[in-house]
Design a protein around this ligand. Structure first.
Ligand code: 1CP
Length: 352
């Protein structure tokens, strides 16, 4: 039976989309834009669907995950969907007790802190990823030429939650473990790299056209520590995509000091937070790297005239890079007026 035209294996549409071309360093007529955390609490249609569904259950129910992924694409006409899931999903699927506590974030039932805790971690059974594959395939079939970005948490950010037991201000317990027990640290990061790498690969195999690795909390590390104790594991996570021709994007918050090192693990494009302007990020990367970012999320609630000139400035500075995917410097705050996001998309598309 022939596959529908929108099937990713038959369609070259997403390969020629503004997003994928930009990740490959090509500029076209349209400046692509999407928003980190575009699916989520800023959308009334999301809040409605989530009633009675715990966050991680919603992620593992293919029809819900797919519908939530599509909502912001329909509403804002962004140039990409990002798969609705969470960085802790592969950890949960590997058998670790984790919940997303509303208003707080991922909370780990038994934090992982000792060599014995790490030794007890089980590998991820690929069969457990079936709901992820199903949700991605259903989503891609509906997206047509709009690419789906698959994503995963980088080993350091995942390990931070596992060691701390939940969200933390500066990941101090995790950073202590790096020094107090480097062997346990390395074993934990290898485990994280493999579960997160498998999660990412499942999304790509099921039809995602790009892959973003989020090392959200990398900004708490020194460059030397990052290079020695973290980067090799992040590379190991991305190595799970070997053989798949999808662009790889790497993003962290507060990553100014480690941008170059983060790029060197095998990323094609770099996400930049709001702390450094894109022309400065381009300079730090030595030029030649496609950039993604970096509208300050704090300005989403500012008067439109202020926000508009900020967006124009971001676009202007992004011209220093070979290509630019407009985004925020971090996720959409839940209280954001979604109409503001739609208006930014229109503005960016008018700037070309
Ligand atoms: O009740 C709710 O609606 C839960 C809020 C929520 C949502 C919508 C959480 C809890 N996760 C998500 C979805 C999610 N998580 C996406 C969806 C796709 C999209 O962007 O539209 C993505 C990409 C993530 C990834 C994620 N989860 C990251 C990396 C990106 C980032 O924001 O830095 C991190 C660090 C997490 C952990 C997490 N999950 C949820 C929260 C509130 C947090 C952060 C907690 C903390 O501050 O430590």
């Amino acid at each position: 039976m022939p596959l529908p035209d929108s099937h990713p294996l038959l369609s070259a549409d997403t390969a020629n989309s503004p997003l994928i071309r930009a990740y490959r360093g090509q500029r076209g007529d349209r400046l692509p834009i999407w928003f980190m955390r575009q699916a989520g609490r800023s959308l009334p249609e999301y809040r409605e669907l989530r009633v009675g569904n715990a966050m991680l259950d919603a992620c593992l129910t293919p029809e819900l995950a797919s519908e939530i992924t599509l909502q912001p694409v329909r509403r804002h006409a962004v140039d990409a969907a990002i798969f609705f899931s969470d960085i802790v999903i592969p950890v949960k699927l590997a058998g670790v007790g984790v919940e997303i506590v509303p208003g707080r974030g991922p909370v780990i039932e038994h934090p992982i802190r000792t060599a014995a805790d790490v030794a007890a971690l089980r590998p991820l059974d690929p069969a457990a990823l079936a709901p992820i594959r199903e949700a991605v395939a259903a989503t891609v079939a509906q997206l047509g030429s709009t690419p789906l970005i698959g994503f995963a948490g980088a080993p350091f950010t995942l390990a931070s939650y596992l060691v701390e037991g939940g969200p933390s201000k500066d990941q101090i317990r995790a950073r202590t473990l790096v020094y107090s027990d480097p062997h346990t640290w390395a074993a934990l990061l290898n485990w994280c790299a493999d579960v997160t790498g498998e999660f990412l690969r499942a999304q790509v195999e099921a039809g995602a056209s790009a892959a973003q690795l989020f090392d959200s909390w990398v900004g708490s590390l020194s460059e030397a520590n990052y290079v020695r104790r973290v980067a090799p594991h992040s590379k190991r996570a991305l190595d799970h995509l070997r053989g798949y021709d999808v662009p790889k994007v790497h993003f962290g918050v507060g990553s100014g000091e480690v941008l170059r090192a983060m790029h060197s693990i095998g990323a094609d494009a770099m996400g930049v937070d709001w702390r450094i302007p894109l022309d400065e990020a381009d300079r730090r990367l030595g030029g030649g790297v496609p950039l993604q970012g970096n509208i300050d999320p704090a300005l989403l609630a500012a008067p439109w005239s202020v926000l508009e000139s900020h967006v124009r400035d971001v676009v202007d500075r992004g011209r220093a890079a070979p290509a630019h995917v407009v985004n925020l410097g971090h996720g959409v705050p839940p209280e954001t007026d979604p109409d503001v996001l739609t208006r930014i998309v229109e503005l960016v598309h008018s700037l070309g």
